[in-house]
Ligand binder design. Structure first.
Ligand SMILES: [Zn+2]
Length: 205
């Protein structure tokens, strides 16, 4: 287990360096291959970017990248999947240089997306919680153990409004939090991220 964790931590550090300096997937794979060959034979360093991603996103729990209107009007999915301009505010889906503004061809204009939402699908993750015996048991911790959260008015209100939901101790209680941050500190002031975090309140601390 420790060895696996070391590989994951090392992998995250390497992938961060890749992201920071904009290395291509191919150059990153070449570097991994070289370092892998330099290490003792039984080392578990991934030999390619693809393998590294597999370790960091195990069991197919990948993320989806969804293009967003820069003004947050729409997500480019479902009926908007193929269009290249926001139907509400008219702003391009793709990054446009100032001098290109007047020559946008609706059908051919492609380039880097102006804004991207990284979505980590929650349903597969929830399924995993119930697939592991220990996790499934921990989900009922608030009902059998001590939990100051179920004293809070919001928790009791849910129990009162939705008694069927409240009775089933394994139903998931989620808290949602969001805040903006610049993941690269001041290296790139142009970039900011707004993580939206879902916290499962069923679990012990
Ligand atoms: Zn818009």
């Amino acid at each position: 287990m420790q060895e696996f964790l070391d590989v994951v931590v090392g992998g995250v550090k390497l992938v961060n360096v890749k992201a920071r300096y904009g290395w291509s997937d191919k150059s990153f794979s070449s570097l991994l291959q070289v370092v892998h060959d330099m290490l003792p034979e039984e080392n578990t360093l991934p030999k390619s970017y693809y393998q590294a991603k597999k370790i960091l996103c195990p069991m197919g729990m990948e993320y989806q990248k969804i293009h967003v209107c820069p003004n947050d009007c729409i997500l480019y999915r479902h009926e908007f999947e193929e269009i290249s301009k926001c139907p509400r505010c008219g702003v391009s889906r793709y990054k446009v240089k100032d001098d290109e503004e007047c020559s946008i061809d609706e059908n051919s204009k492609k380039g880097p997306p102006a804004k991207v939402l990284w979505y980590l699908p929650i349903v597969p993750r929830f399924k995993h919680l119930f697939a592991s015996g220990d996790d499934a048991k921990d989900l009922t911790w608030h009902a059998i153990g001590r939990n100051h959260l179920d004293d809070c008015p919001q928790w009791r209100k849910i129990d009162r409004l939705f008694p069927d939901f409240g009775k089933e101790a394994r139903n998931l209680r989620l808290g949602l939090a969001s805040d903006g941050m610049n993941p690269y500190d001041n290296l790139s002031t142009q970039h900011s991220s707004w993580p939206v975090l879902l916290v499962i309140y069923n679990f012990p601390p």
